[in-house]
Design a protein around this ligand. Structure first.
Ligand SMILES: Cc1cc2nc3c(=O)[nH]c(=O)nc-3n(C[C@H](O)[C@H](O)[C@H](O)COP(=O)(O)OP(=O)(O)OC[C@H]3O[C@@H](n4cnc5c(N)ncnc54)[C@H](O)[C@@H]3O)c2cc1C
Ligand code: FES
Length: 348
């Protein structure tokens, strides 16, 4: 199992008719929850059938401005966990979760940000906005799409931030009820007041069709593709808590005898390992009882991301890293098999 926390709900804030924010007490350990803006928590949501399901929710709080960590959950019609949380969350309820993870965190806070959010996609963007405005000096423009005014999460907080930082932060709303579904031209039109230039990074979060439209709008505005970062919201199909529910970790197979030398640095702890050529790195680490971060184990959440220092690996699947991150040597432990005889890896 990756490191497991238990967080107790301190307050439930009804944001819209179908979204609630769960504000957690500081962790019982006394140390504040260590996370980066843009990261998410993976919760164990009780399920009478399978024991539990695992679901990821982005932190909408900022480590810079909020003493208590918080996530916002929006009901998905017919969805299990989102409705369970919206119906059952109450102060005092303790939820198991994995350590914060994910790679949707800006690397360079000196650059200006173009932020595109739709619906619940505002959550990691909100954490980035609050952190940037409080701790940095860059300018931010948010294009925020929703069905209607009533379903717009954090509307009053955003208005307050716009008033507090008028020269650095602007919000451009797109409401389906007024202007229809966003398309590349309608979103690009909202960017005309912002001189998009080489100083911008773009962060996109929302349903996939919305992110495609936002990326197309940015292309119209001549934004380099490598500067566009996406966070995809989807349900995990595997359960990272199955161990706690009684299932065993898969063990490496006997036939994987041909190994490469791997040096793995996890949070300052250095491990020298023999890595079977057919095994995925995450399976190897877990079989050696090394606490590696993970959530989905299917290449879609980015929780297991590491940086390749030397050597090469093959990614069997990748549904989360963009071309910029790949160029920077970022890879996924749950999908990596070795290609070279020596590989050096750092989790950070
Ligand atoms: C990194 C990350 C961050 C996220 N952050 C947030 C966040 O901040 N806020 C937020 O609200 N969400 C967030 N999500 C999404 C969240 O994890 C869940 O995916 C979401 O809440 C839906 O989960 P659910 O269990 O309610 O729905 P599910 O039960 O997974 O169902 C999802 C949809 O699939 C349909 N469905 C389910 N089973 C079947 C089936 N067998 N056949 C056909 N259709 C089916 C359901 O009807 C529903 O429409 C995030 C996801 C990721 C990966
Ligand atoms: S654990 Fe989700 S991408 Fe590897």
């Amino acid at each position: 199992m990756p490191p497991l926390n238990q967080l107790t709900i301190d307050e439930v804030v009804r944001e819209t008719p179908d979204a609630v924010t769960l504000v957690f007490e500081p962790p019982a350990s006394g140390a504040p929850l260590a996370y980066q803006p843009g990261q998410f928590l993976t919760f164990r949501v009780p399920d009478s059938g399978a024991g539990s399901v695992g679901r990821c929710y982005s932190l909408c709080s900022s480590p810079a401005t909020d003493a208590r960590p918080a996530v916002t959950v929006k009901r998905v019609p017919g969805g299990y966990a989102s409705n369970w949380l919206c119906d059952n969350a109450m102060p005092g309820l303790a939820l198991d979760c994995l350590a914060p993870s994910g790679s949707f965190t800006p690397q360079d806070w000196d650059r200006d940000f173009l932020l595109f959010a739709a619906g619940s996609g505002i959550t990691p963007i909100m954490s980035i906005i609050k952190t940037a405005l409080h701790d940095h000096r860059n300018s931010l423009a948010l294009v925020y799409a929703n069905r209607d005014h009533e379903s717009t999460i954090f509307a009053s907080q955003l208005e307050e931030l716009e008033h507090r930082y008028p020269s650095r932060f602007t919000v451009h709303y797109s409401w389906d009820c007024e202007s229809g579904l966003p398309n590349p031209d309608s979103l690009a039109a909202r960017l005309t007041s912002i001189p998009v230039n080489g100083r911008h990074d773009a962060y996109l979060c929302g349903p996939e069709p919305f992110m495609d439209v936002a990326a197309a709008a940015l292309e119209i505005s001549n934004m380099a593709a490598g500067r566009i970062h996406r966070e995809k919201f989807q349900s995990l199909t595997s359960n990272p808590f199955s161990h706690a529910d009684g299932a065993r970790e898969p063990q490496p197979k006997e036939k994987d005898l041909c190994t490469v030398r791997a040096t793995v640095d996890i949070a300052g702890d250095r491990h020298e390992l023999k890595w079977p050529r057919e095994s995925r790195l995450l399976d190897l680490l877990l079989s050696q009882e090394i606490d590696a971060p993970y959530a989905c184990r299917e290449g879609s959440c980015g929780a297991c991301a590491f940086t390749l220092i030397s050597g090469e690996v093959k990614l069997l699947a990748n549904d989360t890293l963009d071309s910029y991150e790949l160029e920077q040597g970022v890879r996924l432990a749950c999908q990596s098999v070795p290609l070279t005889d020596d590989v050096e890896i750092e989790f950070n």
